[in-house]
Design a protein around this ligand. Sequence first.
Ligand code: 5GP
Length: 116
Amino acid sequence: MPTIFARIIAGQAPATIIYQDELVTAFKDIHPLAPVHILIVPNKEIATVNDVTPDDEAMLGRMFTAARKIAQAMGIAESGYRLLVNCRDDAGQEVYHLHMHLVGGRRLGPMLARRD
Ligand code: 5GP
């Protein structure tokens, strides 16, 4: 079964696409956690960071250059933003198709909540 992200990339499910090239697609998160919340996703189906290989290095670099372009286009390059990748259960990964969250447009606070 293709993931929901694979269906979005293929144009078979709706999403607000922000950027697309031969390696990655970026679209708005359906439940944004900040004024800007974009998901940058490889066009190739890779489940998690555990599944990337050296052959994926061009695509992984493209995720960052796409993030830079999108942050600039969204007007948050100077104010700042956070890039975040969840891997498997302890990180709370929901969709098993590798993706980078680009969040910004407000003060984001500490990177992690303290446990105590
Ligand atoms: P994860 O927890 O796996 O790192 O993040 C998955 C993200 O995908 C969540 O922020 C969630 O809101 C987003 N998401 C889940 N389903 C959809 C969908 O169908 N469309 C879009 N645009 N985002 C989705």
